[in-house]
Write a protein that binds this ligand. Structure first.
Ligand SMILES: Nc1ncnc2c1ncn2[C@@H]1O[C@H](COP(=O)(O)OP(=O)(O)OP(=O)(O)O)[C@@H](O)[C@H]1O
Ligand SMILES: [Mg+2]
Length: 279
């Protein structure tokens, strides 16, 4: 069973006498542990799909199952619940509350989940440490750089321990060096078993993923597996996650598993931690 199972999704917006077919029948499976980049021209339907995958919006027609739960037809409170339990969101503009500390921003999803204050603090602190911002917990967004703000947003996305991270142009507002740091962080989370789906306009960013899906006019134009930048740097390559001698055997035997399977999920589950700056 794939984590994401979508069949013939359509989304139609009617505005006055205008009808926009944002999605025209999109079917895809995404395995647990996958790292997927979605590309395509402006207006091709990428964000519309992300909103549906993220249970922020429902399709006009089609079937969407997330972790075997049927999402289409869910009421608003059920959508909120599945979002809270399973999904972390990262946006281009960070969407942090201004004049609110990094720690309180990261605590927010746990407020919605009804988690009590001491535990909230502790988990938010741990998430900030995980993204390398433990010492900046008291800073407000205005007192942080763009890259640091996006790290806070990623910590906020992580704090309910989601299976799925959905990131719509997470590096769209960042310079190339900072973008690379953010991609390394997402790669690290993926190596720890989280499924990552991101939208990007930049092929440099898409190159970090192991699968690339290209949209055009509400359709999937292309869906390919690729050698990711992460395996190029080789410390995060699925084939190298075993012991050293085993990894030699694997690479001698042919392409690494990650080059064939969209997920690589089973290969990475045993990994507990891969350094953020390992590449
Ligand atoms: N809420 C809405 N109401 C009406 N039309 C919408 C709405 N949201 C999106 N659309 C239309 O649906 C189409 C797909 O939009 P979408 O935001 O998914 O594109 P995108 O691929 O994310 O583009 P971009 O790269 O510019 O972010 C566009 O034609 C857009 O104008
Ligand atoms: Mg968009």
């Amino acid at each position: 069973m794939a984590l994401i199972e979508a069949r013939e999704l359509t989304k139609t917006y009617v505005m006055g006498d205008q009808t926009v077919h944002a999605l025209r029948g999109v079917s895809l499976d995404i395995e647990e542990g996958a790292f997927v980049a979605i590309m395509g021209a402006s207006g091709s339907g990428k964000s519309t799909l992300m909103n549906i995958l993220g249970c922020l919006d429902l399709p006009t027609s089609g079937i969407y199952r997330l972790a075997d739960e049927a999402v289409e037809g869910m009421a608003a409170d059920q959508l909120a619940s599945i979002r809270n339990r399973r999904i972390g969101f990262v946006f281009q503009q960070f969407n942090l509350l201004p004049r609110t500390s990094a720690l309180e921003n990261v605590e927010l999803p746990m407020v919605y989940a009804g988690i009590k204050s001491p535990e909230r603090r502790e988990r938010a602190m741990r998430a900030l440490q995980k993204v390398g911002l433990g010492e900046r917990f008291a800073h407000t967004p205005a007192e942080l750089s763009g890259g640091q703000q996006q790290r806070v947003a990623i910590a906020r996305a992580l704090v309910n321990d989601p299976q799925l991270i959905l990131a719509d142009e997470p590096t769209g507002a960042l310079d190339s060096q900072t973008s690379e740091d953010i991609m390394r962080l997402l790669t690290d989370l993926n190596a720890q078993g989280m499924t990552v789906v991101l939208v990007t306009h930049e092929s440099d960013i898409a190159a970090w993923a192991r699968r690339k899906i290209v949209f055009r006019d509400g359709h999937i134009l292309e869906d390919v597996l690729q050698d990711s930048k992460q395996s190029g740097s080789d410390s995060n390559s699925p084939a190298k996650l075993e012991t050293d001698s085993h990894s030699v055997e694997l690479s001698a035997a042919g392409p690494p598993q990650g080059a064939r399977a969209p997920s690589g999920g089973s290969a990475v589950h045993g990994v507990t931690s891969v350094g953020v700056s390992s590449a």
